[in-house]
Each structure stands twice: as structure tokens, then as C-alpha cells.
Write a protein that binds this ligand. Structure first.
Ligand SMILES: [Fe+2]
Length: 166
């Protein structure tokens, strides 16, 4: 838990309004992944001398670019392609409220907070979409949940190290 809270929730009407626009939604998400990588690179450029930052952010840049490629593949699988990026009033508002941290040498904390809030909003919205899809056919969700809640041997348990000792 980050301790940060979103000041408002996405209206329940949002998910149905975008559900029929999967190409636009995926394209927008592809740009979000690309911007996440770009933001991490900007942090590295401006604050890379901070202890541990290069070691933490370099894999993040790769991961976000991998996400970008995955979303592009999803678009292609649906016969869609990347659309032009659209300005985000939400992001613009956050950056303005934080005093445009990307443009300031002392904007490290502000840039991290803006990035965290953007990730939280994205997570909230995808959760809302997922919940709406689950409600359409909950038995399929339960099947998938049962199927993927663990990994059959000999695949390693990816979450073993994260679990507290009994
Ligand atoms: Fe990502």
C-alpha cells in the first residue's frame, strides 16, 4: 500500500462508455506504457546520480517498453493499430498541481508522486473494466482464477519469496 489515495473515483459509467472502443482504449494504454518508460528515462537523466536509482529504473524502462510491445501485439491481434496520442487533461492537471516537476532540477519527489497517481488511476480503471467483464460471465472468471491461482510443478512459484514465513 502506497499511502496515496485518489481524490475521486472513476464514475461507474466510464467502463461501459469505453467497452465498445477497445481499439481506442488499447491505443491509449499503449501510449501510457510508452510514457511510463519515457518518464523513467527522464528521471534517470535528471536524477540518475541518486543512490540505487539506475539499478531500479533501468529494469523498469525495459519492463514498460515490453508492456508497450505487448499492447501493440494486442492491437494487431484485433486488426487495430496505434492511434495518435491524445493529450491527457488528468496528467496535465497533475503536473500543473505538482509545479511541473519534470522541468525542475528539484522535481524528483513531485515527479514520483505524479507517476504514482497516474499508475493508481490506470490500475483503478482497469480494475473497474475487469469487474464489469467479470459480472458478464462470473463462471468464466472463477474458472480462470482457479486455473491460474497457482502454477503446476515443475514451474517455480513466482510469489514464494514475497510470502511471509509461516
Ligand atoms: Fe506498464
Amino acid at each position: 500500500m502506497s499511502g496515496l489515495l485518489l481524490a475521486s473515483r472513476t464514475p461507474a459509467s466510464w467502463a461501459p462508455s469505453v467497452a465498445g472502443e477497445l481499439g481506442a482504449l488499447l491505443s491509449d494504454h499503449a501510449h501510457c506504457e510508452l510514457k511510463a518508460a519515457a518518464s523513467a528515462m527522464t528521471l534517470l537523466r535528471r536524477h540518475g546520480a541518486r543512490a540505487g536509482l539506475v539499478a531500479r529504473l533501468t529494469p523498469l524502462v525495459r519492463e514498460e517498453l515490453d508492456h508497450f510491445q505487448r499492447v501493440l501485439r494486442e492491437l494487431a491481434a484485433r486488426g487495430e493499430s496505434l492511434r495518435p496520442d491524445r493529450p491527457s487533461p488528468y496528467t496535465r492537471g497533475l503536473l500543473a498541481a505538482a509545479g511541473e516537476p519534470r522541468r525542475r532540477a528539484d522535481g524528483y519527489l513531485g515527479a514520483l508522486l505524479v507517476a504514482a497517481l497516474i499508475e493508481m488511476r490506470s490500475h483503478e480503471r482497469f480494475t473497474r473494466l475487469l469487474e464489469d467483464y467479470i459480472r458478464l460471465c462470473p463462471e468464466q472468471y472463477w474458472w480462470i482464477h482457479q486455473r491460474f491461482k497457482g502454477r503446476p510443478a515443475p514451474l517455480p512459484d513466482l510469489y514464494a519469496a514475497a510470502r511471509p514465513a509461516p
